[in-house]
Ligand binder design. Sequence first.
Ligand SMILES: NC(=O)c1ccc[n+]([C@@H]2O[C@H](COP(=O)([O-])OP(=O)(O)OC[C@H]3O[C@@H](n4cnc5c(N)ncnc54)[C@H](OP(=O)(O)O)[C@@H]3O)[C@@H](O)[C@H]2O)c1
Length: 221
Amino acid sequence: MKDRALVIGASGGIGAALSRALETGGAEVTRLSRAMDGLDLTDPALVEQVMQGLCGPFDTVLIASGILAPKGAGPEKSLAQISADNMAQVMAVNAIGPALVLKNLPRLLPKDGRCVVGVLTARVGSIGDNRLGGWYSYRAAKAAANQIVRTAAIEIARKRKEAIVVSLHPGTVETTFTDGYPGHQKVAPSAAAANLLEVLDQLSPAQTGGFFDWAGKPVPW
Ligand SMILES: NC(=O)c1ccc[n+]([C@@H]2O[C@H](COP(=O)([O-])OP(=O)(O)OC[C@H]3O[C@@H](n4cnc5c(N)ncnc54)[C@H](OP(=O)(O)O)[C@@H]3O)[C@@H](O)[C@H]2O)c1
């Protein structure tokens, strides 16, 4: 039987590339996004309705949605730039949205056998690795998402011994997300997708709850 994959944020640069790569690898891919399906992760009732409408089981679930800052704003460079509204929006998309998706996974993952759930967070969500400062909302939201992923991994492992639920850092990838950072060295979305799928392929259930970069190296919390 074909592997079944669910990609949330499939309209994004990395989400689209992941969907294509999974399909090329022979999986049947269910793509969901705000642009294509109106799935706005900041609307909890809508997320619940869409997730309840899905029929599992999915062997692979990837959450590839996220924002650096609300439209029209940029990530904070200093404490003085913190805005409660902007911070709440970044939290809603990057941390609470993925949590609402994860909430539905116990029903959508296979009861037996290997399955993988990868949530794209970011290395800048690492507290231990924070040397540059700035980007308060994005860093905090991704750190919160990492904690939510870790906690979900523990709960899911109680009933699904072969489930692998992890946070992933995709590297710096050429998407609209990084448009504002032209000087940086970036990889193509297709390369990022290939890297992430290779990492997920290599992980074992003993590594569930971890945080890994595009090369499969653990990232400090
Ligand atoms: N690109 C990088 O260098 C980089 C580095 C580290 C981490 N990441 C992480 O990787 C993930 C994907 O990034 P990307 O580079 O592919 O970015 P992207 O091309 O800008 O795609 C972002 C995705 O997030 C979705 N999204 C934004 N707001 C949403 C909302 N309110 N509800 C539902 N979906 C929403 C977008 O949906 P619509 O387009 O449908 O609105 C789109 O599918 C993000 O979590 C990002 O933090 C990226």
